[in-house]
Ligand binder design. Sequence first.
Ligand code: NDP
Length: 284
Amino acid sequence: PPPGQIIDGKAVAERLRGRLAARIATLPFRPGLRVVRVGDDPASGVYVRNKDRAAAAAGFDSATIQLPAETREADLLTLIEALNLDPAVDGILVQLPLPPQIRPDMVIAAIDPAKDVDGFHAVNAGRLATRQPGLVPCTPKGVMHLLREAGAKLAGARAVVLGRSMIVGRPMAQLLLDADCTVTIAHSRTRDLAAECRRAEILVAAVGRPEMVRGDWIGDGAVVIDVGINRTPQGRLVGDVAFAEAAVRAAAITPVPGGVGPMTIACLLENTLEAALRRRGAVT
Ligand code: NDP
């Protein structure tokens, strides 16, 4: 990639959504997505609204089911069972975080793996780990799109993933490994994080610590993907990477906002289309 390229996730996401819309226009049905939201966590409110808008614009049959904050776990599980059985529903997403009376593990396990468009079900995690076709978590999937769009050379490259969560870090490492990177997963117990990062030709930061990755942690010419979304006490959104410092060293870097964020929603829609085609026996 050319030096100092800023990877425009908004534009890449828009193009992906355009391709999905074009594909859906050729189908005799509309892929169905149901987003279930319990309570009204303000952080997820904007996200849920953006999902609805993007889904409708691309031609999905999409709806958000809003439940009260005091909903019992058993009632949420009953709803999920109904969505599992509903032939018009191809994708089910339960918005996290959930209120304390509901165990997220129970909810994730209740979703039909064929409709699990978040890709969090153990069956889908297992498929990813064993290289079988399945639904892949949206954020790491979006990162792979961005790396390819940025022209990053993946085969043989040293990739470092900062963070080992089920949602981002772990599936991210699997996808990079499947793309033939040499992958290191770093976390809070890693000794000398800066040195690990400096060796990276591809660096994906998903730690949730504002601007933790400094400019001198970036190797010259690295491709840097910042998954972090953190709000400063002043209310500004920043990533896990100190952007201005890192941009000077990196060959390409994603901004926050406008990098990985928009890709997550586009990949949710991509997963919903994939789930719809697979459920109907079409090869994707
Ligand atoms: P988690 O809190 O689940 O995981 C954070 C990971 O970072 C853990 O593995 C943790 O290590 C590691 N970590 C935390 N502090 C440090 C540290 N000081 N040094 C090294 N490693 C550390 O977060 P998520 O994976 O869910 O999310 C990460 C970030 O990405 C957040 O900012 C989140 O908001 C953002 N995000 C953005 C999305 C998007 O659409 N762009 C989607 C999902 C998340 P350990 O395991 O040892 O505790």
